[in-house]
Design a protein around this ligand. Structure first.
Ligand code: FES
Length: 94
């Protein structure tokens, strides 16, 4: 094992899990939110400072929105929709 040379200021993990039946973030906005966050980071000089990663199920599946985690803050959110983008953006730059 070797240490990875990575030190982002923030790491946002967005559940984009999909499954054929049942609630899954990928079908209720997770993928769109992930792509919007990636675009925001690219267009605002945050590449390398803020990482956004797709995840499989994070264990908080619900029919109303995706699960998002922000590190190093260790903030977990469920029921996240695109309407929450501005609030997440504020947490990225804070
Ligand atoms: S599918 Fe996203 S938390 Fe389970």
């Amino acid at each position: 094992m070797l240490p990875a040379n990575a030190n982002p200021q923030k790491h946002i993990i967005v559940c984009c899990n999909t499954r054929e039946q049942g609630d899954c973030c990928g079908k209720i906005g997770g993928e769109e939110l992930y792509l919007k966050l990636k675009e925001y980071i690219k267009t605002n000089g945050l590449v390398g400072k803020v990482w956004v990663t797709r995840a499989r199920c994070l264990g908080f599946c619900n029919p109303a929105g995706a699960t998002v985690v922000i590190y190093p803050d260790n903030k977990w959110f469920s029921h996240v929709t695109l309407e929450d983008f501005e609030e997440i953006k504020e947490m990225i730059i804070s």
